[in-house]
Write a protein that binds this ligand. Sequence first.
Ligand code: PEP
Length: 266
Amino acid sequence: MRPVIIAANWKMNTTPADAGELAATIAARTEEPEVVRVICPPYVCLAAVRDALAGTNVAVGAQNVHHEAAGAYTGEISAAALAGLATWVILGHSERRRDALESDELIGKKLARAVSSGLRPILCVGEMLAEREAGRAVEVVAAQLHGALAGKDIETLLSAGFVIAYEPVWAIGTGRTASAADAAAMAEAIRATLSADLRWGAAAEQVPVLYGGSVTSANIGEFLAEHSIDGGLVGGASLKPDEMAGMVARAAITARARAEATGKSA
Ligand code: PEP
């Protein structure tokens, strides 16, 4: 049974002065043991968030990591530097593909570094609006998966808890979402790409696929009603404790229903 995950991407919001309090408030308002919760603040807020979340089971994630172990990379952060601060990492977010020109090949290197350093990766994929309108969404996402995952060891990724987030670029921060049916179809296409093209076989079914793109407490239920979608990667709404409480509460309903269904069929 795949976990149900709500991952908060705080992007370039919060400061070390206020991030800890926000994280502690969210942790207290989202206590649902069935749901995996992750908060990904800016790098400089990681220590404050880690401290605020001590004693909770909310995990801390970074929003990026460098692919090299160390060296002359001004302004970058290594996986080793994240030790003790973060256990998860977001990779290939479309804002980094756009602003830092990250390629699939580079993202694949970051993925390898993250996994070998003990970080649990969330690999983001998603198409642009023009690509969807041209009927190329699945092709684009499949190419992103090929670029980042070709040649990677499946067992290593699975034991690292590898997660994929399907985030249509046109839905991020726009208030516009994919339809739940389209998101579910893409989640299935992602697993089909892993299973057949990348030769993961049945192991593809073990990979959680999240939906991201203007998720809120009001719309998350539509996505979580889809069997192929295992939670959300949430930007704007993740900065609001009321929103996080609503999203995690809804995620807990899905997690409990899945556990019950598994128990019944076992
Ligand atoms: C994101 O940051 O990954 C995201 C999906 O943002 P938002 O929820 O604001 O669209």
